[in-house]
Write a protein that binds this ligand. Structure first.
Ligand code: ADP
Ligand code: ZN
Length: 197
């Protein structure tokens, strides 16, 4: 961002597959805001308490203190009036009106920085990310490295046989794959012979 807006709020979205550095990038932006002595609050879904209850933690072990919530609306109740920057990690796991909450905060003058998966493990858009991407002022799409072939990877391959969209547990249950190396569950394939894994 070359021009930092003044006297207004806005929404930044950081998206991509697992292992693409979304949490690292969120932590980087929020730590810089803290260095600039801005008042920052960080939230994450309590469902993601697997590494640390009071912090967001990247796969590269970077951390930042956070508050756990289950519904997006809790952010509005917990944000202090003087908070200038609100960060939310794993935003696709939050219940409730995530889009409305981000819009309310940005309209009230907050810089809102959210990170989350843009696709589920089958490669389908993961709500509410498509709408957030449409409404945000700034969007960043990150790619991981495909563990099969080394190409840039935009998808998250599930390694365990579970049909539910959310499997908590989780880094060991997924790996980053590119379009060619990603294989969808059999029932998701529309064309015979397209499975390449
Ligand atoms: P995300 O939030 O997108 O899941 P993180 O910020 O938690 O990603 O972690 C990114 C880090 O994960 C990278 O800096 C790297 O150290 C590690 N990593 C592990 N596997 C991969 C991979 N296949 N591609 C890229 N980074 C990976
Ligand atoms: Zn690949």
């Amino acid at each position: 961002m070359h021009h930092v807006p003044r006297d207004t709020g806005w929404i930044e979205v950081i998206c991509g597959p697992m292992f693409s550095g979304k949490t690292e990038e969120l932590i980087r932006r929020l730590k810089r805001a803290q260095i600039a002595r801005q008042r920052v609050q960080v939230f994450k879904p309590g469902i993601d308490d697997r590494y640390a209850a009071g912090s967001i933690v990247s796969h590269s072990a970077q951390q930042l203190a956070s508050q756990s919530i289950s519904r997006a609306e809790q952010v509005l109740a917990m944000v202090h009036p003087e908070t200038e920057v609100v960060g939310i990690d794993e935003v696709q796991f939050l219940e409730g009106d995530v889009v409305g909450v981000c819009e309310t905060l940005a309209d009230a003058g907050c810089r809102v920085v959210v990170a989350g998966l843009d696709q589920d493990y089958t490669g389908k858009p993961f709500e509410p990310m498509p709408v957030l991407l449409a409404l945000a002022e700034y969007i960043t799409k990150q790619l991981a490295i495909c563990v099969r072939c080394g190409n840039p990877a935009g998808r998250s391959q599930r390694l365990v046989a579970e049909g539910t969209r959310v499997v908590v547990g989780a880094a060991e249950s997924y790996e980053a794959r590119c379009r060619s190396c990603h294989s969808q569950p059999v029932e998701q394939l529309s064309l015979p012979g397209t499975r390449r894994a």
